[in-house]
Write a protein that binds this ligand. Structure first.
Ligand code: TEU
Ligand code: CA
Length: 561
């Protein structure tokens, strides 16, 4: 058999540059800030850094709207600084992964400017242009070519008055979708990717990459109850040519150099069967995918903005299926946090009395699964959701658009809408990293672009590392464990006590060695079921074992064979 890939033993750390560290006092994090914090990351022990987009961008979606793929946005720095960062990362034995946002560009990208200049532009076909719906005149309500809603409220079509046609944007109107059916589009993207690899980057995190193949007929989608627009996703999630496109990309960009790289496709709505195809090494598509099933389990019937809370059994069922589904072919990526998700300790744990215990419990559970774990900035010190009050406290386009659509067109109660935003808004993940207890949390000397969580006075990296109950130290130990223990890296997964509503228990087994992870996912003491085996403690979040009694949010990793 061939050696397992290096990334089966790696841990990835995601940086959201605008909120990480500011080096020039303009209130926005930047490359200089990242360079200054590389020792924090090397000390944590992570193997790979993934940077959310730093390219030229009008920042309608914080850089996920790119106007030049080969320039660094002046907000973040220069290409020279980027090279310096890359050197600093490599010299510490880490790798650097770039965000690749090629389902769409910015509406200010020269390609789109050219494409929208005339129906006869040679680049017209680089985007999705369509006439108004038959029987409607352009601009009229209902004239959109399909009934698809945008992920960020409103329709996914915007009329371009000068040429009288509509263009498709699954996200904001400032993020027009590229037409991957056009081979010139694909060639331009591959060339750009190669340019970055030649510069020395170690791979890509591919934004909504399973959306790039649309059914060219663009049929209408069903309109969910209580929604204004249709759901077009059946016509673009893992569309007809998606595997061809990813295999072509692999051939054109990664062939012959992929062994040292890492690629992860962000894939909302991906199923296990599809994920198996995407990550089967023999198919040469991507190394792993971000699936979304587990981050939708606490949604109510109305979706993301109808928060109902998590039933632990649903999470166990879901992760067990993904662990089993990709056990023999393919590979899982493991995450609970990123720049689009609320903070895990507030969402799934107790961000007050048991903040340390619940943050470390979730960390242990996640990192002991089979797959490559991803840590999002601030997670390693147990950062919490923000105390947003008014809609003016939010910066995220998704959150703000939702507020206005829900409280006007949908007639919902503003207080109720805000309640859901406070729990689920992406901005919870985007408040600045709390480095110290001093002014502006050590993030900036200026005015931060979004309010710093006032709990920085006691919750910050400096205080955490000095504490006897350090979340950082616990993450360090988990990462060390993965690096030195083949069972963590490669062991078979087996779920135990699947029906228990508060106990999360599973084993990993490899070459005769077995680790058992048991967690009490609640604030009440819980007696470990008698039929669970026991053994010496490898790592836990309480000082010593207390027999069969699991204390609030206690997690234990035990060697049982
Ligand atoms: O997100 C894709 C996506 O579908 C969702 O995660 C989305 O951001 C939101 O949570 C829907 O409720 C990716 C990026 O991670 C996100 O930051 C971008 O806004 C989006 O693509 C567009 O590029
Ligand atoms: Ca700055």
């Amino acid at each position: 058999a061939t050696e397992p890939a290096w990334w089966t033993g790696a841990v990835v750390y995601q940086i959201y540059p605008r909120s990480f560290a500011d080096s020039n006092g303009d209130g926005i994090g930047d490359l200089g800030g990242i360079v200054a914090k590389l020792d924090h990351l090397a000390d944590l022990g992570v193997d790979v850094l993934w940077l959310s987009p730093i390219y030229s961008s009008p920042q309608h979606d914080n850089g996920y709207d790119i106007s030049d793929y080969r320039r660094i946005d002046p907000t973040f720095g220069t290409l020279e600084q980027f090279d310096e960062l890359l050197k600093g990362v490599h010299s510490r034995g880490m790798k650097l992964v770039m965000d690749l946002v090629v389902n769409h560009t910015s509406s200010e990208h020269p390609w789109f400017i050219d494409s929208s200049s005339s129906v006869n532009s040679p680049k017209r076909d680089w985007y999705w242009w369509r006439e108004a719906r038959e029987g409607f005149s352009p601009g009229e309500r209902g004239a959109e070519p399909t009934n698809w809603g945008s992920a960020f409220s409103g329709p996914s079509w915007t009329l371009h008055p000068a040429t009288g046609q509509y263009y498709l944007h699954l996200f904001t109107p400032e993020q027009p979708d590229l037409n991957w059916e056009n081979p010139d589009v694909r060639a331009a993207v591959y060339e750009m990717m190669t340019w970055w690899l030649d510069r020395g980057v170690d791979g890509f995190r591919m934004d909504v990459i399973n959306f790039i193949s649309k059914n060219p007929a663009l049929p209408d989608g069903p309109v969910p109850a209580g929604k204004l627009w249709g759901d077009g996703s059946p016509h673009y999630i893992s569309g007809p040519r998606i595997h061809d496109f990813l295999q072509e990309m692999h051939r054109e960009v990664f062939e012959g150099r992929d062994a040292e790289l890492i690629t992860v496709g962000e894939m909302p709505g991906v199923t296990i069967d599809e994920a198996k195809l995407f990550t089967d090494p023999a198919r040469r598509e991507v190394d792993m995918v971000f699936q979304f099933e587990h981050v939708g389990l606490d949604y109510g019937p109305g979706g993301k903005w109808d928060y109902k809370g998590l039933d632990l059994r649903d999470l166990k069922t879901s992760w067990n299926r993904w662990q089993k589904g990709l056990a023999d072919t393919g590979w899982n990526s493991l995450y609970l946090n990123n720049h689009d998700q609320p903070r895990l300790v507030s969402r799934f744990g107790d961000d007050a009395k048991y903040r340390y215990e619940s943050a470390t419990l979730w960390a242990a559970i996640l990192h002991l699964h089979r797959g490559t774990p991803y840590i999002y900035q601030g997670e390693e010190i147990g950062m919490t959701n923000a105390p947003f009050e008014a809609v003016s406290d939010f910066r995220d386009v998704e959150s703000i658009n939702h507020f206005y659509e829900a409280t006007t067109a949908l007639g919902q109660d503003p207080e109720e809408v805000l309640r859901n935003l406070r729990i689920m808004s992406r901005d919870n993940a985007r408040t600045p990293v709390q480095w110290t207890g001093r002014e502006q949390a050590g993030f900036t000397t200026g005015t931060p672009w979004i309010d710093i969580n006032p709990n920085y006075a006691s919750l910050n990296a400096e205080a955490d590392r000095a504490s006897g109950k350090s979340v950082f130290r616990f993450y360090q130990q988990l990462i060390e464990l993965r690096h030195k223990d083949e069972t963590v890296r490669l062991g078979d997964f087996s779920m135990l006590a699947a029906d228990h509503p508060a106990l999360y228990a599973f084993t990993r087994s490899y070459n005769g060695s077995t680790l058992l992870t048991v967690g009490n996912v609640s604030g009440d003491p819980l007696t470990q079921p008698a039929d669970l085996p026991t053994g010496p403690l490898v790592l836990g979040n309480y000082k010593s074992l207390d027999g069969a009694e699991l204390r609030p949010w206690e997690v234990r990793i035990l060697r049982i064979a």
